[in-house]
Design a protein around this ligand. Structure first.
Ligand SMILES: [Zn+2]
Length: 232
């Protein structure tokens, strides 16, 4: 079996593989993906902060209402005619007044601690927005750089692909199909020689039966790495 055509094809194809790997490992692409991920994280963080701010604000509203109720009660006491009260009533009133004053100061403290939390949320929010904007800027830059990288290899990629197409016309269909199937599975090189009774790709030694099969048929699939082995 003459395999020189497919070997020539593979040799040229290795240039395409190299370009494809460069595109896959492109630093600008990786950076763009990372920045995109940062943008998504910042977005979900800002949503959470918005929720948090909302719940704090409604908490503050609640406290304000309680505050108002307690204040009104205090005012009610203040307007009472003390001279008409018995000693017992006066004592009761005094206890209630203390309690109300205490409640008021607790509410005041809660309110100021909530105000602090709101400030913390707001500053976190500002930071998150900044992160988002920075990430977006870097994302756009990396994306443009990546697109330029792709453009710069486009021509040579196309040239190789055209040549490969021409070469494939002279190659046995069965071998070409077997080659392309493996190529799509990222197996490369696809066609390898037998080296010291071992697969030239994965270096696993072939059983004797397979070697004689290879001698009969001229080509054999490696059971281990699925490359096509020929007797070189
Ligand atoms: Zn192998």
């Amino acid at each position: 079996m003459d395999l020189s055509n497919i070997l020539e094809y593979q040799k040229l194809d290795s240039q395409l593989v190299k370009i494809e790997r460069q595109i896959k490992d492109n630093t600008n692409k990786k950076n763009a993906n990372k920045m995109h991920e940062n943008m998504r994280e910042a977005q979900s963080r800002s949503l959470k902060l918005e929720e948090k701010a909302g719940s704090i604000l409604s908490e503050i509203e609640k406290i304000k209402k309680q505050f108002k109720i307690q204040q009104e009660k205090m005012e009610e006491f203040a307007s009472k005619d003390l001279e008409k009260m018995t000693t017992e009533e006066l004592n009761k009133l005094s206890v209630l007044k203390d309690k109300l004053a205490q409640n008021l100061s607790i509410l005041e403290r809660n309110l100021s601690s909530l105000a602090e939390t709101v400030n913390a949320v707001l500053s976190d929010f500002n930071k998150t927005i900044k992160t988002f904007n920075n990430s977006k800027e870097q994302y756009n830059k990396s994306k443009t750089d990546y697109e330029n990288d792709i453009k710069s290899v486009e021509d040579s990629k196309k040239e190789i692909e055209d040549k490969l197409k021409n070469l494939s016309k002279g190659i046995d269909n069965k071998i070409m199909d077997a080659y392309q199937k493996r190529r799509k599975e990222n197996i490369f090189p696809v066609v390898v020689p037998l080296v010291n009774n071992s697969c030239g790709g994965c270096h696993i030694e072939l059983p004797y039966a397979n070697i004689s099969k290879l001698e009969d048929e001229g080509i054999l699939t490696c059971e281990h790495c699925h490359r096509l082995i020929y007797k070189g």
